[in-house]
Design a protein around this ligand. Structure first.
Ligand code: HEC
Length: 379
């Protein structure tokens, strides 16, 4: 299933890039335009496997019909040709035909755009400042939709601190922020767009970085887990072996991030099972990050104040997703610290009695990789 949806996204991206490469479509905000009014809708397929199966089978029938029609180009007799054409027609008629309104979603010229920002602490915090300046009056300081102006609007702003952002493609959020939104029936503006003078394209991506970080923190605070995978922000650090490097260069390894703490005993434990990174850390740490904006950015992701985030430790999996958190004062890691997991839970927890605490946690983390899904498309 995941493969089919991935394929659908890849095929649309290939079509978009192909049309641009042959000069049929322009760049919009630095990336090739999606020129159609619709795109394939993946969200329904993600939710409803029956619908997904019908789409996949129909796709196969269409491919079959195309092959049959191509076969008529060979030197075959008219009878054979008639047979091929009628088989092709039959394939199209008997394709299970998924409900059309579930197959297509409305698209914008930037629907397939990727967020051009790097989810760095600086960009997340710059996005926060821009949000406070231009958006907070309607959307509220925590983006839950209860800003001071909200009650005067024809439509109450939605809660941007929950799952809504993940139901949309990044590029569609970008378009809505830039050009505003309208009521589908009356055509009346529901949210104003923002001019390029107030916010550049790069600024909009930063605000979207911030909204994502904020939504992650708010869900963690209200439900106790990160319901959607959250990436470790990208930052620079200095490591004992290897000097100055980017956090992204350590992908493939587990990381333990130790937020600053006044308690000496709570410093990051060095361990062969992970690379330990200490924030503002001592010069002798395995890796130390001196980025002043990292603590406030991580606090945002944790839904906590900077003070509250102090002393917490985070485990990052080999794909760069933030997975587990331990709070100061708690002695040992356990599977309960896994606050980003899939619904199925992946590999069954070990029954062996001698595998507990951190071993069980790491096993769960590795055996249960998470995927980011946006608008039904796995990314
Ligand atoms: C005048 C009040 C107002 C301002 C200012 C405003 N918004 Fe909105 N916003 C709304 C309303 C109302 C909606 C719901 C619109 C709808 O669904 O038709 C909305 C919807 C959204 C959505 C959801 C889009 C979607 O795809 O459903 C996002 C994201 C968003 N706003 C971000 C922003 C950002 C970022 C800014 C600042 C640059 C901003 N808004 C400024 C009122 C506002």
């Amino acid at each position: 299933m995941t493969g089919v949806l991935e394929g659908m996204l890849a095929a649309q991206l290939a079509l978009r890039d192909g049309l641009h490469a042959v000069g049929l479509t322009p760049l919009v905000a630095g990336q090739p335009q999606w020129p159609f009014a619709h795109r394939l809708a993946a969200e329904m397929m993600w939710i409803d496997p029956g619908h997904a199966r019908r789409v996949a089978i129909s796709g196969l029938f269409v491919v079959l019909a195309v092959f049959l029609l191509l076969a008529t180009l060979f030197r075959v007799g008219w009878k054979a040709r008639l047979g091929l054409v009628s088989s092709a027609a039959a394939a199209l008629i008997f394709a299970p035909g998924p409900a059309e309104h579930l197959l297509w979603a409305e698209a914008t010229p930037t629907s397939l755009h990727r967020n051009a920002s790097d989810f760095s602490p600086a960009n997340i915090l710059r996005g926060q400042a821009l949000f406070q300046q231009h958006c907070q009056q309607c959307h509220g300081a925590d983006a839950r939709g209860e800003g001071p102006q909200a009650h005067k609007l024809a439509m109450w702003p939605p809660n941007l601190a929950g799952g809504l952002l993940w139901k949309r493609l990044d590029g569609e959020l970008f378009w809505h922020v830039r050009h505003g939104m309208r009521n589908a029936r009356t055509g009346k503006e529901t949210m104003p767009g923002i001019s390029e003078i107030s916010m550049t394209d790069a600024d909009i991506w930063k605000v979207l970085d911030y909204l994502q970080a904020n939504a992650a923190g708010q869900t963690l605070r209200s439900v106790g887990v990160w319901e959607r995978p959250v990436r470790l922000p990208r930052f620079q650090m200095r490591c004992r072996n290897g000097g100055e490097r980017s956090s992204a260069s350590l992908s493939g390894q587990r990381l333990l991030i130790a937020l600053p703490s006044d308690d000496r005993a709570a410093q990051a434990v060095e361990d062969p099972r992970w690379v330990s990174v200490v924030l503002g850390g001592a010069a002798d740490a395995e890796c130390a990050a001196q980025d002043d904006q990292l603590l406030p950015a991580l606090a945002l992701l944790l839904g906590d104040s900077e003070q509250g985030a102090r002393g917490q430790q985070l485990l990052v999996d080999r794909d760069g997703w933030l997975r587990a958190r331990s709070k100061p004062g708690l002695s040992a890691w356990s599977v309960d610290d896994l606050i980003c997991r899939t619904e199925s839970g992946g590999a069954k927890p070990s029954t062996s009695a001698n595998e507990q605490g951190i071993d069980a946690l790491l096993r769960r983390m590795d055996g249960d990789p998470v995927r980011l899904v946006r608008a039904g498309f796995p990314h």
